[in-house]
Design a binder for this molecule. Structure first.
Ligand SMILES: [Zn+2]
Length: 328
């Protein structure tokens, strides 16, 4: 009888322990799932993949519906997808506000108004913001040129970005629209493509500039991996074609580190010119081994799993040091 009781108790203990283990495992799985979602949201935020941000943040909010930080990210993701009415309604329904949410609400209302006033339909592939007063002609010209460049890059890389690319058209304060071409005319890419609309008055320069910056947008859309700067600047210059064939700049060979870190940190213009020149030559050496831009896309997508030199070896059978050696 005593043995029977002990056996019975043991079974109960085993069942309880089993349940605790199962509960623990389920909890661990939930925590792992949570961590994976947070990691993915961070990556999607960095790569401007707003559809992904929205999907994951909504899933996280199911677990913690009152998380104000997540709510702000959701409002931002809706805004970035041009759903301005929905964004304003979502903010109104939150029951709290803060300066960031107020800014989003104001930007939503303003963008809606500006698009309506300019009589501009939504662009097919760009989510457009304006800084300063726009003329419809300049905006339409910029969008027309960008759409053509967009189609070319889709064909080149055999890739269509899932999200619209963010475009900020701005009007320089200093620009008066007369006189020679001002030397500030340049676009930048910082996650958004920033284009001075007045650039559209200078046909000879806007084509390479837009192709260059748009290539950066595509690189960002094609992979969430961190890309060595020489790879990113190299491919953008190969595509824009404006510096192809330039002679080697004077000065020493840049280090591998200098070629990998962001160039904009470089205060010395001569050094920067050298970094750009080496970048283009090194990417040209890659394309000499395999000229397919689709293969190049696979390479930069491979950087998500592989260290840069391992990916270079796998896709092109060469390392960074050897590339520097070949072009120096
Ligand atoms: Zn660039």
């Amino acid at each position: 009888m005593k043995n029977l009781i002990i056996t019975f108790l043991s079974i109960i203990l085993l069942v309880l322990a089993g349940r605790a283990i199962i509960a623990q495992k389920a909890q661990n799985r939930a925590i792992e799932r949570w961590d994976a979602l947070v990691t993915e949201v961070t990556e999607c935020l960095e790569s401007g993949d707003w559809k992904c941000v929205e999907k994951d943040v909504r899933e996280l909010l199911r677990e913690t519906p009152g998380d104000t930080n997540l709510q702000m990210h959701l409002a931002g993701a809706i805004f970035e997808q041009e759903r301005y009415d929905e964004c304003m309604a979502y903010i109104d329904g939150l029951g709290f506000t803060n300066p960031d949410l107020e800014t989003l609400r104001k930007r939503s209302a303003l963008l809606k108004k500006e698009m309506a006033e300019l009589g501009i339909e939504r662009s097919m592939h760009f989510r457009v913001e304006f800084e300063g007063n726009m003329s419809k002609v300049d905006v339409m010209e910029a969008l027309a040129v960008l759409e053509v460049a967009y189609d070319s890059l889709c064909t080149l890389f055999d890739f269509r970005p899932e999200n619209k690319l963010s475009l900020v058209l701005y009007r320089s304060q200093e620009y008066q629209g007369v006189g020679p071409r001002p030397d500030w005319v340049a676009a930048v890419y910082d996650g958004k493509l920033r284009v001075p609309v007045e650039m559209m008055h200078y046909r000879e320069i806007y084509r390479p500039v837009l192709f260059h910056e748009l290539t950066h947008s595509f690189v960002r859309a094609m992979t969430r991996a961190k890309i060595p700067l020489w790879v990113n600047e190299g491919i953008a210059q190969v595509v824009d074609g404006s510096r192809t064939g330039n002679p080697r700049p004077a000065g020493g060979v840049p280090s591998k580190t200098a070629l990998t870190e962001p160039f904009v940190k470089e205060p010395n213009a001569d050094v920067a010119i050298r970094l750009y020149w080496y970048s283009q030559k090194m990417v040209e050496r890659l394309l000499a081994r395999n000229g397919s831009f689709v293969h190049f896309r696979a390479f930069i997508q491979g950087l998500r799993e592989l260290e840069p030199d391992d990916a270079l070896q796998k896709f092109y059978g060469v390392g960074t040091d050897q590339l520097i050696e070949e072009v120096k």
